[in-house]
Design a protein around this ligand. Structure first.
Ligand code: FAD
Length: 303
């Protein structure tokens, strides 16, 4: 293979001072499955971690092709990409579905690096892989849970929005999106939070947007005579930072969960019932006053 040789053949001054056996011991005992193959992927060397990962011992592996590990479900295109990269003298990294000696499958996170000889040509390949089955299961589980939660939130009849520390909506559901047409050109979260603040129902503070609050608010609608009523609640949430520098520091960012339930129909029913009760009271009073008047007239006649 006529690919350019990596600079200085990767041998540093320090490495040159170390005895060759140390390299051998280090590779043999490394906790990552390591193999060295010829250019056709026939295994020339496999370390202890490789034996543990695959269930084969070194004598069973020597001379066999790496394809013996294939579970035969990895798409052909993956292998073609792998070999195309190697043919260019470049390293390849990816995931393959492997099979152990006992037939059980495992997901291998593999990196193959071409090894250049002193003549600059590639003579061997170095393979390093880890069993990432558990990690994959966890990733998949959290993806599934995320999808499930998103669907449930999206289907919920109440408007739900998550606000960042600047009050910007970073997540919302369908019911929240529908509010946009109702409250005009403004962000519904701003309108609801403002109403909650001015119409009461919660406790005040320096940064009311980061308090747990709840209350009923009345929202006037542009160009519509009848208002809408919402039962609004806010809940501060500490969301873990995802950046690398927060790995040990466990930094969090403060967000706010806003939930608004449309109680307009309930309010209208209550209004109707109140008006009916008031009418009944008036009618009763009218009836009582008419009775009073006829009684006084009768009394007058009797006198
Ligand atoms: P293959 O006959 O290998 O063919 C697959 C595709 O690769 C075809 O398009 C073919 O043309 C191309 N191809 C195959 N050999 C070469 C070559 N020498 N030069 C150029 N193109 C070629 N596979 C696994 O499934 N699991 C592993 O853990 C794994 N580890 C590997 C580690 C190293 C260091 C190397 C070099 C390869 C590794 N492979 C691994 C790849 C393996 O060698 C096979 O290519 C793969 O398993 C598919 O085998 P196959 O018999 O189905 O198809």
């Amino acid at each position: 293979m006529s690919t350019p040789r990596p600079k200085a053949n990767s041998r540093t001054m320090l490495a040159a001072d170390l005895p060759a056996e140390l390299y051998e011991e280090a590779v043999s005992q490394a906790d990552v499955a390591i193999s060295i193959t010829d250019l056709k992927a026939n295994i020339l060397y496999a370390n202890q971690a490789f034996e543990r990962a695959t269930g084969y011992d070194a004598s069973e592996l020597r001379g066999k092709n790496q394809s013996m590990l294939s579970n035969h479900t990895t798409p052909r295109l993956v292998y073609e990409t792998l070999w195309a990269r190697l043919a260019m003298g470049k390293a390849w990294s990816g995931r393959l579905l492997n099979q152990r000696k006992d037939g059980s499958p495992y997901l291998a996170d593999l990196t193959i690096t071409p090894v250049h000889g002193p003549d600059g040509e590639v003579h061997h390949y170095l393979g390093m892989h880890r069993d990432v089955t558990d990690m994959h299961q966890l990733e998949q589980r959290s993806r599934n849970q995320k999808q499930l939660i998103e669907s449930v939130v999206d289907m919920a009849p109440m408007a739900i929005a998550l606000l960042d520390e600047n009050g910007k909506v970073i997540l919302d559901n369908q019911a929240y999106k529908k509010l946009v047409t109702d409250v005009g050109s403004r962000e519904p979260a701003d309108v609801l939070m403002e109403a909650l603040e001015t119409q009461g129902g919660g406790r005040g503070g320096d940064r009311p947007q980061f308090l747990r609050r709840e209350g009923e608010v009345r929202i006037e609608r542009p160009n519509r005579p009848e208002p809408r009523w919402f039962s609004v609640s806010t809940l501060p949430l500490d969301v873990a930072q995802e950046s690398a520098d927060a790995f040990f520091a466990a930094a969090t960012r403060r967000c706010l969960l806003l939930v608004a339930v449309d109680i307009t129909p309930l309010r209208m029913e209550q209004e109707k019932a109140r008006t009916a009760a008031l009418k009944a009271l008036l009618a009763e009073e009218e009836h009582a006053s008419a009775l009073r008047e006829s009684l006084s007239a009768t009394l007058y006649r009797l006198e």
